[in-house]
Design a protein. Sequence first.
Length: 65
Amino acid sequence: MLLAGGFSIVAGLAFIILSAGNAPKLMPLVIYTATGGIDFVIQAWLLARRRHRLAQPGGPVLSAS
């Protein structure tokens, strides 16, 4: 989470700098958004796979102790 937050700060500063010039560029914003979307899809898939595996009979049992 710290790395993702740090990257977001750096990316945000880069977006501000790039938009302040005479010819603003949106491609870095598009790339940042696309990679965030891909990351979200991968995380959702991993979570669904884990939940499916835990719901299977004979699957891993998590204990509180």
